[in-house]
Every structure is written in C-alpha cells, then in structure tokens.
Design a protein around this ligand. Structure first.
Ligand code: IMP
Ligand code: MG
Length: 179
C-alpha cells in the first residue's frame, strides 16, 4: 500500500511549521476583531483543526460541508452544499479555510455563498495552491504552499474519499491507486 503514496511532497514537519506561521499571521491580522473561522469539509478537516489551534485568539468555529459532483480527480465545476453554517455570520469577520485552490471554482463559489450572508469581511486561507490550473481569476488571501500541477493526497485531501488520513502530503499516481 505504502508505494501508492510515493515520496512525501510535504512532510509532517513542513506542514506543521507552515501552519504555525499562518496561525501567527492570522492572529496578528485579526487581533481585536470578531473572527469566525469556517472550515470547508471534508478536505479541510486536518488543516482546519491544526490551524485553528495555532491562532491564539478567541475565535468562533463553524463548518460547511461541500462537495463537487462526481468522483473524478478534477472538480466537475459544480459545487453543492450538503450542510450549511450553524451560526449567523452577518457583521462578523470571516475567514474561510479550505484544503486547496486548484481551478478556483470551489473557492469562488464558496466565497459568493458566504458573502450572501453579509459578513463584515471575508478572507480565504488554503493550505495548497496549484497556480497553474486556475480557470477563475481568484487568489487566496493566505496560502500555505504553492505546489506543482500534480494530484496530491493526504492531510485531508482525498482520491475517491480515500487517503485523507495520510499524515503528510504525497503525490498520488492515479493510475496505480487501488479504487
Ligand atoms: P477547484 O474548485 O478546482 O479549485 O478545486 C478544489 C477542490 O478540488 C478541492 O477542494 C479538492 O477537493 C479538489 N482537488 C483539487 N486538486 C486536488 C488534488 O491534487 N488532490 C485532492 N483534491 C484536489
Ligand atoms: Mg475533495
């Protein structure tokens, strides 16, 4: 099984160091604000858990469960909300947290969805950024790592809902993956 994961692209130490840096930066930027951090599930579950614990501010936490239709390795371009926020974010400073920005379709869709709830501000934070693949002109306000155009799994990122529990990030050879 292990060979399927290949060599780690980012090991646990790389990830935790960068997550701590992002957390400190967010704490500085949002000092004195009414910050709500929103995790986009399922992909952000590990990143969100670590990032929120690196932000030394009394933040509120909420989640949206979203999915792209289909099980393909690339997004179908149609995002569906399975479960929405539990609390009102009107007038709040909101930071949306996701695993990766690839084509930008998901980030763009989720931003519009959250903006419709009239937060006082909205920023985005992603762990990974695949800049080459953008179809929508959008950038994350905070990004952990720029990565090459390879399909990656682990630390929340999946292939057909598997490999999310891999504790580091690895390039997956989709042709070799057991489905
Ligand atoms: P976008 O809408 O194309 O920006 O893609 C965002 C979503 O596609 C992410 O939230 C992931 O679920 C998925 N995705 C994109 N690239 C990868 C990858 O390399 N590995 C795993 N999931 C990915
Ligand atoms: Mg996914």
């Amino acid at each position: 099984m292990e060979r399927l994961y290949g060599k780690p692209l980012l090991n646990q130490e790389d990830i935790h160091k960068r997550v701590r840096e992002l957390g400190h930066q967010i704490a500085v930027d949002y000092e004195g604000k009414d910050l709500v951090m929103i995790g986009i599930l399922k992909g952000a579950y590990n990143f969100f858990s670590d990032l929120t614990r690196a932000v030394m501010l009394p933040v509120r936490i909420d989640f949206v469960i979203a999915t792209s239709y289909g099980m393909a390795a690339t997004t179908s371009g149609i995002v569906r909300i399975i479960s929405d926020l539990t609390e009102d974010i009107t007038g709040k400073d909101v930071l949306m947290v996701d695993d990766i920005i690839d084509s930008g379709v998901t980030t763009d869709f989720m931003k519009k969805h959250l903006l419709s709830k009239r937060p006082s501000s909205l920023k985005t934070c992603v762990l990974l950024d695949k800049k080459e693949r953008r179809k929508v002109a959008i950038e994350a306000d905070y990004a952990g790592f720029s990565i090459p155009n390879k399909y990656v799994v682990g630390y929340g990122l999946d292939y057909q809902n598997k490999y999310r529990n891999l504790p580091y990030i690895a390039v997956l050879d989709v042709n070799e993956a057991q489905t």
